[in-house]
Ligand binder design. Structure first.
Ligand SMILES: Nc1ncnc2c1ncn2[C@@H]1O[C@H](COP(=O)(O)OP(=O)(O)OP(=O)(O)O)[C@@H](O)[C@H]1O
Ligand SMILES: [Mg+2]
Length: 170
């Protein structure tokens, strides 16, 4: 191979990849946003999808680390309520050389209660979970290490969901 020919490893190293951190109360619309905007490009990691008795946090980190090691973009779809929980994800992404993008599905508890009531079966969470997370939720800030941070408002209907995005620059 001549020196001027690009090597496969250089091409892989140059391909941008990112970690998306979804944030928001239960029923805020995170998974719907993922399906609409990210499913085609990002692997999906969610503690909701892991077996009930697993050490979910450890399993989640293993899945995130595997995606990052493969330089594959990945979205973490949990409430992700605190700076500390997000810091673990952001630290792993930065160590792997991934950009970090945050989407905060910002909805008041009463809106989430209404959307939750419209769900059925296992998707419906106990309403108290919405209030418990609302108390613990720490709004995300750029200083946590995001390259981009967006506030997302769910608009539209359950049948035709749409989303409005606004940058957060503080
Ligand atoms: N943009 C939207 N407009 C109206 N309804 C929406 C919108 N996005 C999602 N919904 C509805 O709100 C409910 C909750 O959405 P979704 O399951 O995406 O929330 P979630 O944040 O992933 O919740 P959880 O944390 O419990 O997984 C669903 O019934 C969905 O159809
Ligand atoms: Mg969800």
């Amino acid at each position: 191979m001549s020196d001027s020919e690009p090597r496969e490893s250089d091409a892989a190293a140059a391909t941008p990849f990112e970690l998306v951190v979804l944030m928001g109360l239960p029923a805020a619309g995170k998974s719907t946003f993922y399906a609409q905007r990210l499913a085609a490009t990002h692997a999906h990691v969610s503690m909701d999808a892991l077996p009930r008795h697993a050490d979910k946090r450890r399993r989640q980190h293993a899945l995130v680390d595997a995606a990052l090691a493969a330089r594959r973009s990945v979205a973490v779809d949990n409430v992700n309520p605190t700076h500390a929980e997000r810091a673990e994800l952001i630290g792993a992404a930065r160590a792997a050389g991934a950009r970090v993008v945050g989407y905060w599905l910002d909805a008041p508890p009463r809106a989430c209660l209404g959307r939750n009531a419209g769900r059925s079966g296992k998707a419906r969470v106990p309403p108290v979970a919405i209030f418990t997370f609302a108390k613990r939720f720490e709004p995300p800030e750029m200083s946590e290490g995001f390259a981009e941070l967006w506030r997302v408002r769910a608009t539209g209907t359950a049948e035709a969901p749409s989303f409005e995005l606004q940058t957060i620059d503080t």
